[in-house]
Write a protein that binds this ligand. Structure first.
Ligand SMILES: [Zn+2]
Length: 275
């Protein structure tokens, strides 16, 4: 049984996970809490947090959606001086148009996922919502899967992101057949795009994904990983699955994503259209 750092209740527990590097949860949402309450948990669990606020146009419905430089800068100021990494979780394909490159460069990282997908009418569909079957062509599940993998590649190719979260998540109607749909060829496409565009892949403790076979292939290829709880209060920093996989993969510090130094962040090295 792996000793879990948050069970010990002190910051010194960080060393107790036995992996030989400090822990960061790069997928922490502040919804329904405050930075100060969340920081208490960070200290108790011995896990540093990468905070992500949703960012994109106001068409996206979340408790908070940062949609312009002024909102982004207020968010950055709120986190200023706190012992966290500052991130955003971006929405849809048009979020870059909301901000200037200069404002985005003040972030430590940009995270997104591929769970919002174009429907039959080309509009965004959240694949976890109940109306998905009506709005997305999914009757041929293999054909959907091919388009979904293309969507992963396109997301990494076109958006200046540092971390892809919730990797390999499947809609509820397909989740039980994960091994059938995530063939080695499909895994390889995602992994190759991650390397090509310099995007780290999240090991999600919320979804317990990707499964080990995917992660083994990714590690052998040289992919960088992050750990993510996708947690709302008080669940941030709970990284059981991520740590279990890290132990099985024998991950070292060098296998893990670190926020890039100024000048090398995705929003600084990638080409894209800003607002
Ligand atoms: Zn999230």
């Amino acid at each position: 049984m792996l000793p879990l750092p948050w069970t010990a209740g002190t910051a010194t527990a960080t060393a107790g996970h036995g992996l030989g590097f400090p822990l960061t949860d790069f997928h922490v949402h502040l919804d329904n809490s405050t930075i100060d309450k969340v920081l208490e948990l960070s200290r108790e669990r011995g896990v540093k947090f990468g905070i992500v606020e949703h960012a994109g146009t106001k068409e996206n419905v979340y408790p908070v959606v940062l949609s312009n430089d002024a909102e982004l800068k207020r968010y950055l100021a709120m986190l200023d001086g706190k012992s966290v990494f500052k991130g955003i979780q971006t929405e849809w394909t048009d979020w870059m148009g909301c901000f200037s490159r200069e404002a985005l460069a003040q972030l430590d990282f940009v995270l997104t996922d591929a769970m919002t997908f174009p429907g039959k009418d080309g509009r965004r569909v959240k694949l976890w919502e109940a109306d998905t079957a009506a709005r997305v062509k999914m009757s041929d599940r293999e054909a959907f899967m091919d388009r979904y993998v293309d969507w992963y590649v396109e997301t990494m190719a076109k958006q200046p992101i540092d971390i892809l979260a919730n990797v390999s998540w499947l809609p509820a109607s397909m989740a039980e057949e994960w091994e059938t749909f995530w063939t080695p060829a499909r895994m390889r496409e995602v992994i190759e795009a991650s390397l090509k565009y310099g995007v780290a892949l999240e090991i999600s403790s919320r979804y317990k994904l990707p499964k080990l076979a995917f992660l083994k292939m990714a590690k052998a290829a040289g992919v960088k990983f992050t750990f993510g709880s996708n947690g709302r209060y008080p669940d941030m920093g709970k990284l059981d699955y991520s740590l279990l996989m890290a132990a099985q993969l024998e991950l070292k510090a060098a296998d893990l994503f670190q926020p890039a130094p100024d000048g090398q962040k995705a929003v600084q090295r990638r080409k894209f259209q800003t607002g």
